[in-house]
Structure formats: C-alpha cells, structure tokens
Design a protein around this ligand. Structure first.
Ligand SMILES: Nc1ncnc2c1ncn2[C@@H]1O[C@H](COP(=O)(O)OP(=O)(O)OP(=O)(O)O)[C@@H](O)[C@H]1O
Length: 261
C-alpha cells in the first residue's frame, strides 16, 4: 500500500479566538473559542442550525454572509491558506472529467503541473486503480466518496476540514470509509462536522458539542482506544447513549429564535 502520510508535514495547532458573528444583528457566535490540536481529529456535533458549518467556513476563510470578527492563528505562525483541504457532503466531482483528472483538479485549477504518479498512488490507496479513466457518473456513491478522499489527500494539506463527508452513504460503505479516512488522514489536524454520534465516537480524538444561541462548545470525552474504534464496543455504545441524551436535551436554535420573538 503506498504511503500517503509523508506529504502532510508538520500539522499546526489551529486556534479561533474571540469569534463574533451575527446575521441581521442576531448573534450566532459571541466570544466563541476553538482549538484544534496539531495532528488530532476533532469531531463537531450539534443540533441542526447551531452553527457548525459556519464555524468551518470561518476557518477555511470562506464567506459566511454574516457580520463577523475573529482571530485565526496557528502555533507555527504560518498562514493557513494553502495548507487547508475541504471535504463536503457532496463529492463535487466534475462529471465531464475522468476520475484521475478529478483527483488532480486542485493543481489544474491553480495552473500547476499535475503529479499523475501521485494521483495514481492515491487511487490505489482508496482501492480504485481500475477506475482511473472512468467518469464519475459510472461510479457508486461510495466510490465517488473515495475519489473525493483521494482528491483531498492529493492536496497534501496538513489541515483538513470536513462537513458531513459521509452523510449520504449507506451504513456499511460509511464504515469502510471510516477505516480509510482514519488511516489516510492520520497525523493531520482534522475537524469533521457530523450528525452521527457513532461516527464521531469511532473517529474522534476529541469531541465537541455545539449548542445554544449564541453558540457555545463543550468538550465530551472520547472513548479509549485508537480510531477507528469498533462500532460494537461496549464503551462506545455507552458514550453514544450519553451523547444522544445530551443532544436530545438541547433545544434546536430555530426553537430558541422563535421563543425569543
Ligand atoms: N447567509 C446566511 N444568512 C442568514 N442566516 C444564515 C446564513 N447562513 C447561515 N445562516 C444561519 O446560521 C445558522 C447556522 O447555520 P449553519 O449552516 O452553520 O448550521 P449547522 O449547525 O451547520 O446546521 P446543519 O447541521 O443543519 O447543517 C442557521 O440558523 C442558519 O439559518
């Protein structure tokens, strides 16, 4: 199996401090703080609409459509730009490009020389050597997710932001993707938004739960053992029950907003 870890060098610790963000004068974040420790995988859970994707967009430097101010920093004082890869729920593969060209898309968009040898190595790593010349439409959802993962890895980014990347997959394919992602993204600074407590408990070194309006973050202990953890593990199942109870107790932000009117 080709090594894909060597490319991500020196993952930084990422910090967001004093985050303020409001939509139409209504604050979503006030003095929010977030730390992503170097080389560790953080999972972010929370009820729909509490602000998880927005927080990811702030880290990625993407527009949120709101009024915001915050400090984004790294422990090595180097800018995050060019060190970030983004993996979304939609695989965002170009339908008219072959699989291999989808993997190298980033360098092609930047006008850089493509490293096809590396792209082929990554396709081998995600088990899709045979699909290199196919177009995405000829592939299953699980295969497309593997290609999206290969494309993320091709970027060689040391910081990876993932917004529900496996949400559209069937349960078994999702478990397979967990194995792959845990192995191939090991050693990078990762934050993954998910609605699935079991997925978070399988993959996370750290679990954060976002709740409230303005939103706050609370740390939930991860089960013992190294990710990807066994989904049937008794400790994981106990944690899952606790997390579900916690999420169930929390009011959805839409209900809070209605209650404040
Ligand atoms: N451009 C925008 N203008 C106004 N409000 C917005 C905008 N973008 C997001 N919001 C609001 O900000 C809140 C947080 O949105 P966000 O997408 O970050 O939530 P989320 O926790 O990721 O939700 P989900 O789990 O459903 O994806 C929501 O109430 C949403 O309606």
């Amino acid at each position: 199996m080709p090594s894909t870890r060597a490319v991500a060098v020196d993952p930084p610790t990422v910090r967001l401090d004093d985050v303020h963000l409001a939509y139409d004068d209504s604050p979503l974040f006030e003095q929010l703080e977030l730390t992503l420790p170097a080389g560790s995988w953080t999972c972010l859970l929370g009820r729909s609409g509490c602000g998880k994707s927005t927080l990811l967009r702030l880290i990625a430097g993407l527009a949120t459509g709101g009024e915001s101010r915050f400090t984004l920093s790294t422990d090595d004082q180097s800018p995050l730009r060019h060190r970030i890869a983004w993996m979304a729920q939609q695989d965002l593969l170009l339908p008219w490009s072959r699989v291999i060209d989808n993997v190298t898309l980033g360098s092609r968009l930047r006008g850089q020389t493509t490293d096809r040898e590396r792209a082929h190595e990554l396709l081998a790593a995600v088990g899709l050597t045979h699909a290199a010349q196919r177009r995405p439409e000829a592939l299953s959802g699980g295969q497309r997710s593997r290609i999206a993962l290969a494309r993320t890895l091709y970027e060689g980014a040391s910081v990876v932001l993932m917004d529900e990347p496996f949400a559209s997959l069937d349960a078994i394919t999702r478990l397979e993707l967990h194995e792959l992602a845990a192995r191939l993204l090991a050693g990078r600074t990762v934050i993954m938004v998910t609605h699935d407590p079991a997925e978070a408990l399988r993959l996370a070194d750290r679990l954060l739960v976002m709740h409230g309006l303005p939103a706050t973050l609370s740390l939930h202990e991860a089960p013992s053992g190294t990710p990807p953890r066994d989904i049937h593990d008794a400790e994981l199942i106990t944690h899952q029950r606790q997390l579900l109870d916690l999420l169930n107790e929390q009011t959805a932000p839409t209900d809070i907003a209605v209650g404040q009117q």
